[in-house]
Design a protein around this ligand. Structure first.
Ligand code: ZN
Length: 82
């Protein structure tokens, strides 16, 4: 199983098949497992390449979640000031 961190499109490590999150045709890959944290935010995706059958684990969504947390806390402090 191959581990890839980050987001966006990438090439299958085994066959070079382009795998893009914007591709909704289900021809290049299929999502077989989705893991979310306690607040329901995306944490991990397990996908399978339809060309070669490789399973690819996608991680790195936690950083985005942390950024969202920072924005939320900014909004809260603004409310307190008012
Ligand atoms: Zn592949």
């Amino acid at each position: 199983m191959t581990k890839i961190e980050g987001e966006g499109e990438f090439l299958c490590p085994s066959c070079g098949n382009m795998i893009s999150p914007e591709d909704e045709s289900n021809l290049n890959y299929e999502i077989i497992d989705v893991k979310t944290d306690s607040r329901g935010r995306l944490k991990e995706l397990l996908i399978v390449c339809k060309k070669c059958g490789s399973k690819i684990r996608l991680e790195g969504f936690e950083l985005l979640a942390k950024l969202e947390d920072l924005e939320e806390s900014d909004e809260m402090s603004e409310e307190i000031e008012e």
